[in-house]
Design a protein around this ligand. Structure first.
Ligand code: MF3
Ligand code: CO
Ligand code: CO
Length: 256
């Protein structure tokens, strides 16, 4: 027992519900479905399983999840937009159970996508996992950013600077900011009991982003494709724990 074991128990429960929601949605994220329908399925599943969707009414957001298609970087608002062959979409779910939050997102691909899109999605997933695998007490936040940035820039992709990962517990977004770029051995030191997200947004083109008039939808300025994955993690005595791993072992597309 240690002073964060109760917190981690709750993070595990919330994280599992968030990842199970993505697992459940996987069967539905197919050509012909609207992102609004995905939102509705997620809302019902989370409620039926004793949770709440954190995005709903968060700072005026009016949907239960974010659905970010193609050149949308993050915070895409579910709508009547129908998914079609060639689309790549990030679905980002945050569940609250007993006040604690599980925040996770995955990319989904619809039918055949371009090789470039596939490479971007793979690199984004691998960059997140590379960063997770170095986690332990004593490393610095900048080490996380360095892992992600060096990996994806080497492949010719760019890291979004305007959005970052975040501390998370019984608060949705709390300190520290977890930047997805940076220098080794800079920033605050990781300590046992810390819980935060790692959620790199990686662009095929330039890193520049703008937010549309709806106040939420962030898109790449050059309209290039953007990809993202997100896990909620905790720092243990000598390592880390991922709270949002897929129960069905869905990691990156294709999921079958
Ligand atoms: N889930 C997002 C994150 O990873 C936040 C969404 S806030 C919303 O931090 F209001 F846009 F839903
Ligand atoms: Co997050
Ligand atoms: Co999220």
């Amino acid at each position: 027992m240690n002073n964060y074991s109760e917190k981690f128990k709750k993070m595990r429960i919330a994280g599992k519900l968030a990842s199970q929601t993505l697992d459940m949605l996987t069967d539905y994220v197919k050509p012909g479905i609207s992102t609004e329908k995905i939102d509705q399925l997620s809302y019902e599943f989370i409620n039926d399983n004793g949770g709440y969707s954190a995005p709903l009414y968060y700072r005026g957001f009016e949907k239960s999840l974010c659905a970010s298609l193609n050149h949308v970087v993050c915070h895409g608002i579910p709508s009547d937009r129908i998914l079609d062959e060639g689309d790549a979409v990030n679905i980002d779910v945050t569940a609250i159970v007993n006040e604690y939050h599980g925040d996770t997102s995955r990319m989904f691909t619809i039918g055949d996508i371009s090789i470039k899109a596939k490479n971007l999605i793979d690199a984004t997933y691998e960059s997140m996992m590379k960063a997770i695998k170095i986690l332990k007490p004593g490393i610095k936040l900048g080490d996380i950013g360095y892992e992600i940035q060096s990996y994806v820039e080497d492949k010719g992709f760019s890291v979004v600077k305007d959005f970052c990962g975040h501390g998370i517990s019984n608060v949705f977004h709390e300190p520290p900011n977890v930047l997805h770029y940076g220098k080794k051995n800079t920033g605050i030191e990781l300590k046992p009991g810390m819980t935060f997200t790692i959620e790199p947004m990686i662009n095929a083109g330039k890193f520049d982003v703008k937010v549309l008039n709806d106040g939420w939808t962030a898109v790449t300025k050059d309209k290039s494709l953007s990809a993202q994955f997100e896990h909620t993690v905790g720092i243990t005595e000598d390592s880390y724990e991922i709270f949002t791993e897929s129960v069905k072992d869905y990691r990156k597309p294709p999921y079958n």
